[in-house]
Ligand binder design. Structure first.
Ligand code: HSE
Length: 441
C-alpha cells in the first residue's frame, strides 16, 4: 500500500519531537496504522540547517503545504489563531485531513473548522491540543461514550501548576518560578496566557464540548489566573487542610454548563492535590463509571508528539471509513449538539477562602460575620493569629482568614463589597474558591 504523506507545518519543539518519534517507531506505527507514514514536506519560518531533514522537502512558506497535491494530511504545529486558521481551512478546502496541537485554534475557531471539515468529508484531529501527552480527548469522546458526564476538572496548565508548587515549597516566589518554567520550555511564547488562565480556558472549552455535546464556547469561559495567589495564601490553605491548585472546571448543572478557570483550594487528601510541578491531570466524573483520573505530562516535545502521531494513526485508519461513520469531531453527532447555555460566574456557588487585613479593635470580626450573614453566607472556620502589622500611623492590623460554606458568587460579591467598605478593613480581600471534588455534582 502507498504510504500516507504528511506535511509538517512547524519545526519547533513539538515538530522536532514528531520527526523523532516517527523515525524511531516508524515500523511499529506502520504495523498499527496499516500503512507507512512518510513526512513529505516540512515548514519553518526560517531554514533549519541544524536538523536532519533527509528525504523531506523544506519550505518557509507554510501555505505551500496546504496547496501541495502530494500531501494527504496536514499537521499544524505553528500555534496561535492566525495564520493557523487560514492554513487549516485551506487544507480542508483542498480535501486534506488535518492534525493539530493548537488549542487556541480549536477553542476559538473550532465550530467553523469542524463545519468546513464535515462538508468536505475530512477529519480534523486535535488530541494534542489538551493536556499534551495525556489522551484525554479520546478517553472522554470514545472511552466514556456510555456515560452521562457530570463534570471534568483538570490541572491543565503545567506552567501555573509549576509556579504554585514552587511557591508552596520554596521561598523563591512567583518571578523565580516563572523564569524556571520558561527555561524548562513549558511556558507559552506569551506566558501571560499561562499565568492568566487563557491557555487552560482554551483547553477546558474543548473538554466541555466533547463532554456535554455543546458547540465550542470560549467567550463563555470565566477566566482568572494565578497571579493573585501569594505564599501567605498557600500557607493558610495548608493550615486549613488544602492545597492551592490551578483548576479548569466544567460541570453540568440544572439546564446550564459551568465553564471556569481559576486557582482553587483542593482538599489535601484528593489525588488532584498531589499533582505537582508541570504535570497535568484531568478528573472526570460520570454516571456509570464514577470518577476516573488521567495523569501525565501536559507539555514537551515528545509527550505532545505522542498525541500528534497517535492522531495521525487514527486518521490513517479512518481514511477509508465512510465520513458519516467516523467518530464525530466533538464526540456528539454534529446535528445533535445542544445549545445549553454557559452559566454566568455570578450564579456559580462554591465555598470560599477569604483573607483580609482588619483593624485590631473590638467588634470588627463580628461586623464582618454580620455582612456575610446578611447574605446568608455561612462561615465554616476562621483563623485569626496574632501576626500584627503596623501602618504608617502606628495603628495595628491583623490578618483574618475565613472559610465559608458554599455561597453564590453574586451574594459573596455583595458581602465582600460591604466588608471592603468598612474603615476597619484595609485594602482588598483576597479570595480563592474551594473545590472539594466530591463525586456528587
Ligand atoms: N503552556 C502550556 C502549559 C503547555 O504550561 O501547560 C502547552 O499547552
Amino acid at each position: 500500500m502507498q504510504p500516507v504523506r504528511i506535511g509538517l507545518c512547524g519545526l519547533g519543539t513539538v515538530g522536532q519531537g514528531v520527526l523523532r518519534v516517527l523515525k524511531r517507531n516508524g515500523s511499529e506505527i506502520a504495523r498499527r496504522a496499516g500503512r507507512r507514514i512518510e513526512t513529505r514536506i516540512a515548514s519553518s519560518r526560517t531554514p533549519k540547517p541544524e536538523l536532519d531533514l533527509a528525504g523531506i522537502e523544506h519550505t518557509t512558506d507554510v501555505f505551500q503545504i496546504a496547496d501541495d497535491p502530494n500531501v494527504d494530511v496536514l499537521v499544524e504545529l505553528i500555534g496561535g489563531e492566525e495564520p493557523a486558521r487560514e492554513l487549516v481551512l485551506r487544507a480542508i478546502e483542498r480535501g486534506k485531513h488535518v492534525v493539530t496541537a493548537n488549542k487556541a485554534l480549536i477553542a476559538v475557531h473550532g465550530n467553523e473548522i469542524f463545519e468546513a471539515a464535515q462538508q468536505r468529508g475530512v477529519i480534523v484531529a486535535f488530541e494534542a491540543a489538551v493536556a499534551g501527552g495525556i489522551p484525554i480527548i479520546k478517553a472522554i469522546r470514545e472511552g466514556l461514550s456510555a456515560n452521562r458526564i457530570n463534570w471534568v476538572i483538570g490541572i491543565i496548565n503545567g506552567t501555573s501548576n509549576y509556579i504554585l508548587t514552587e511557591m508552596g515549597e520554596n521561598d523563591g516566589g512567583y518571578g523565580i518560578a516563572l523564569s524556571a518554567a520558561q527555561r524548562l520550555g513549558y511556558a507559552e511564547a506569551d506566558p501571560s496566557f499561562d499565568v492568566g488562565g487563557v491557555d487552560a480556558a482554551h483547553k477546558i472549552t474543548i473538554l466541555a464540548s466533547i463532554a456535554f455535546g455543546i458547540p465550542l464556547n470560549f467567550p463563555g469561559a470565566h477566566i482568572e489566573g494565578i497571579t493573585s495567589i501569594t505564599p501567605v495564601d498557600i500557607a493558610y490553605a495548608g493550615e486549613l487542610g488544602f492545597r492551592v491548585k490551578p483548576l479548569a472546571i466544567t460541570r453540568a448543572t440544572d439546564g446550564a454548563i459551568e465553564l471556569r478557570v481559576h486557582p482553587a483550594l483542593v482538599p489535601k487528601d484528593r489525588l488532584l492535590a498531589s499533582v505537582d510541578g508541570v504535570m497535568n491531570a484531568v478528573l472526570v466524573n460520570s454516571d456509570a463509571v464514577g470518577s476516573t483520573l488521567y495523569y501525565g505530562p501536559g507539555a514537551g516535545g515528545e509527550p505532545t508528539a505522542s498525541s500528534v502521531v497517535g492522531d495521525m494513526v487514527d486518521v490513517v485508519r479512518a481514511m477509508t471509513v465512510d465520513p458519516t461513520n467516523r467518530v464525530p469531531h466533538l464526540a456528539f453527532q454534529p446535528d445533535r449538539l445542544s445549545d445549553i447555555p454557559v452559566l454566568g460566574i455570578e450564579d456559580v456557588a462554591t465555598p470560599c477562602y477569604l483573607r483580609m487585613l482588619a483593624a485590631d479593635e473590638p467588634g470588627v470580626l463580628a461586623r464582618v460575620a454580620q455582612f456575610l450573614s446578611d447574605r446568608k453566607i455561612s462561615i465554616e472556620s476562621v483563623i485569626q493569629k496574632y501576626r500584627e502589622v503596623h501602618d504608617e500611623n502606628g495603628k495595628r492590623w491583623v490578618p483574618i482568614v475565613i472559610l465559608t460554606h458554599a455561597a453564590r458568587e453574586r451574594d459573596l460579591n455583595a458581602a465582600l463589597a460591604a466588608i471592603e467598605a468598612m474603615d476597619s478593613i484595609r485594602g482588598s480581600i483576597n479570595r480563592v474558591r474551594v473545590e472539594s471534588l466530591d463525586a456528587a455534582p
